[in-house]
Write a protein that binds this ligand. Sequence first.
Ligand code: ATP
Ligand code: MG
Ligand code: FE
Length: 352
Amino acid sequence: PLVLSIESSCDETAMAVTDSHGVVCASVVATQIDFHARFGGVVPEIASRKHTEAIVGVLEETLAQAGAHFGCDTLAPSDLAAVGVTSGPGLVGALVVGVAFAKGLAVAADLPLIAVHHLEGHLMANLFETPDLKPPFVASLVSGGNTMLVHVRAWGDYEVLGSTIDDAVGEAFDKVAKALGLGYPGGPVISKLAAKGNQRAIHFPRAMMHSGDYSFSLSGLKTAVITYIEGENRAGRPINLPNLAASFEAAVVDVQVAKAKTAVEETGVSDICIGGGVAANPELRAAYQKTFGKMGVRVTVPPMRACGDNAAMIGIPALRSYLAGNFAELTLDAAPNAPLGAWSTPDAPVPP
Ligand code: ATP
Ligand code: MG
Ligand code: FE
């Protein structure tokens, strides 16, 4: 059986086909970055419209790619066994496009429908290269819209230890890049600059580092960076971009590592993983390896290609739900604030 998965929660229109062993037979990502870049962030109205424009073409390309995988021209919707779709969280107008399309396809091709939680997809992207990752473990989910520490007690059984009270980590990268006129998304460009800079050049606050809980706050750091930029501009001093980027990034990473370390100690797990678009950040990856390596705790990360939004990662929970018969009703609706664990399939087997 082949499961089609659909992702449209933010600014990527993506689909994938996964076979019953978890092999990704096709994966197509149509990004809208170019349409949002000039605004320095995702414009929800544009996102919805671009999803609507792209979605049929993405299906055709995905079915053709899957066809090539099996040595034929293209697959037909009737070759599929089920359709899974990211139903939340995300931008409501963006989610709605994928959910409505999935429901239409489910009716037209007589396929069962599966609801998938976007962050469970980011989390399970770790299984691509580390199929033996087994709960219990701690997960740092760091993306454009979310920042949280999760105690994964079992697949589908998630205890959110804490999350950000304002901005997400990826959002902070994006806003700092915007303030510097570096475009969108900010993460890749800031981390590239940071690699050439001095982390100790400028001291930025490590908000809530010692708050004694697992909450995060990023908006003060963003403001501190913007205030610094304005101050240098006023004084007529040129800004050393690599030093600024490295100092900002270090402030972010220090807090993530410190709280993740406490979470690992308190839960007593021997594995930690990172998920979400910011999992692509080399400094964050290196800092986790360094800290947890010393503690004998294994660090797992998704492959670079599966860090940002894609549908292959959505295919993993979709396949698990398919194998367990966990289907959604056709009344399924976009759920922009769905809590982690919504629609999960506890204890379902993870396919090899
Ligand atoms: P969510 O997953 O919370 O719904 P999202 O889907 O919009 O949000 P992702 O696509 O998962 O977010 O991640 C995108 C974010 O990752 C952007 O904010 C981007 O700047 C950030 N990002 C990407 N690469 C890097 C990097 N190398 N360093 C830091 N941040 C990065
Ligand atoms: Mg995106
Ligand atoms: Fe995401």
